[in-house]
Design a protein around this ligand. Structure first.
Ligand code: F6P
Length: 433
């Protein structure tokens, strides 16, 4: 029976705990005995809210340093005792960012090999959003949202001052936690489970995602592309049907684009799920039709026949003048999708309200389609996709809404108010007063 210590390393909000969860879920499902030893949980339980203040992390705060070191040692000793009692993989989930902290752990954990998993991700928007998410934790409930965010940023600054990579300290793998890629690895010793772990580190991880297209918009009825038109009466009814569909479910996150039609579709769902966090991502905006934006397909055919024919010949590679095409939007849509997965922290039941071309690109990550077929994938407005893609399960279903009011009934609905634009901060906690 092989035993292993995994020591997670990374600055706060870099995706360590999400990755820890993934590793433990997959290995446990395969019969491996895994346990996570999380310093943050221990700190909150033992020291309470005083340890949430930034000063506690100041490198010159000797008392804070001693207390944090004590917690790290408690966890390390428990991990060792647990492996000694028949455990197989002990994961030490904490920043573990200084060489001295890691040396201390290594001096104690001598009975099994150690693998350092360094988590990196320097996207400033993601870090900002990750911090906003942390500010929702109960440990900050005694502070205002702004105080919690500012305090957490200060804490990150203190960690940065003492941070060093564990590169060169034995067995080491550096992971880009947004793109699920291995950036560097060095294995001077044999690490049990490594092949399996590597697979987990580099796999996409969708526990449950509902992919929805916005309801019918005014431009949809007119056959016009792009623009920023509102929903029609039928579109509003579809938005309400969506809210009813998920009524009573715990929806932790709703992701939309910056376009009005996607936000109006989300509005009744958010009203139904006051605990859901709304995140608007530019990366999920519909294909940019450049100088054809707001034109009807029919007008393009009549007035710009060369463009129309070029697109008809190779829709996937075609690019609108001064705009995008499917192939050129691929990278940004994928980035938006990965951001959504990262920000939702691996939670199941997230909803993403996108657009026709955007949703085609997202589906193409899961469907085995030839690229030339991707721009023709069917994306209805009264059905949604339920996607699960983990190491254990892969499934995709197209599910019709249970109830769609007819046009007459639809006309009675006003558009639900769209929440205020949060500006550059891309997270908004709807539970906030
Ligand atoms: O027609 C609605 C729409 O979302 C447009 O805004 C967009 O240009 C189009 O669909 C994308 O679909 P297609 O690539 O089939 O034109």
């Amino acid at each position: 029976m092989s035993a292993l210590y995994i020591i997670m390393v990374g600055l706060p909000a870099r995706g360590k705990s999400i990755l820890t969860l993934r590793i433990s879920e997959v290995l446990e499902a395969e019969g491996v005995r895994v346990r996570v030893f999380n310093n943050g949980h221990l700190r909150r339980a033992r020291l309470g809210p005083a340890s949430s203040l930034p000063d506690f992390y100041h490198p010159e705060n000797e008392d804070g340093r001693v207390q944090r070191e004590r917690l790290a040692l408690i966890n390390a000793r428990e991990a060792r005792a647990w492996l000694g009692a028949g455990g197989q993989v002990a994961i030490l989930d904490a920043t573990n960012g200084s060489a001295s902290r890691r040396a201390l752990l290594a001096s104690l954990l001598t009975d099994a090999p150690i693998l350092y998993v360094e988590c990196v991700n320097d996207d400033p928007d993601l870090i900002a959003a990750g911090v906003q998410r942390k500010a929702l934790l109960p440990e900050f409930s005694h502070l205002s949202r702004e105080e919690a965010v500012a305090g957490f940023m200060e804490r990150i600054g203190y960690y940065e001052r003492i941070y060093s990579s564990p590169r060169g300290e034995g067995c080491y793998v550096r992971v880009d936690t947004l793109h699920n890629t291995v950036l560097e690895e060095k294995m001077p010793c044999r690490i049990p489970y490594y092949l399996r772990l590597r697979d987990i580190l580099t796999s996409g991880w969708v526990r449950e995602l509902f992919l929805v297209r916005h309801g019918q918009s005014v431009f949809n009825v007119q056959g016009r592309i792009g623009g920023d038109s509102p929903l029609t009466a039928l579109g509003r009814a579809q938005a309400r049907a969506l809210a009813r569909e998920f009524g009573g479910r715990d929806i932790p996150y709703v992701f939309t684009s910056r376009r009005l039609r996607s936000q109006q579709t989300a509005a009744p769902l958010l009203a139904e799920n006051p605990g859901a966090v709304l995140v608007r991502l530019d990366e999920l905006d519909e294909i940019d039709a450049g100088s054809c934006d707001s034109m009807a397909y029919e007008e393009i055919r009549r007035d710009l026949p060369r463009e129309y024919n070029a697109r008809a010949r190779d829709k996937y590679h075609y690019r609108y003048p001064r705009g995008e095409g499917y192939s050129s939007m691929r990278e940004r849509v994928e980035r938006g999708f990965l951001k959504a997965l990262f920000l939702s922290g691996g939670q199941p039941g997230i909803v993403l309200i996108g657009h026709q071309a955007v949703n085609r690109m997202i589906l193409s990550l899961f469907l085995y389609r030839r690229t030339e077929d991707v721009p023709y994938i069917y994306i209805p407005q009264d059905q949604y996709f339920r996607i699960v893609a983990t190491c254990r399960q892969k499934s995709m279903e197209l599910i019709p809404f249970r109830h769609i009011p007819d046009e007459g009934e639809a006309a009675a609905f006003e558009a639900a108010p769209v929440p205020d634009d949060p500006g550059r901060g891309i997270l908004r906690n709807r539970t906030e007063p």
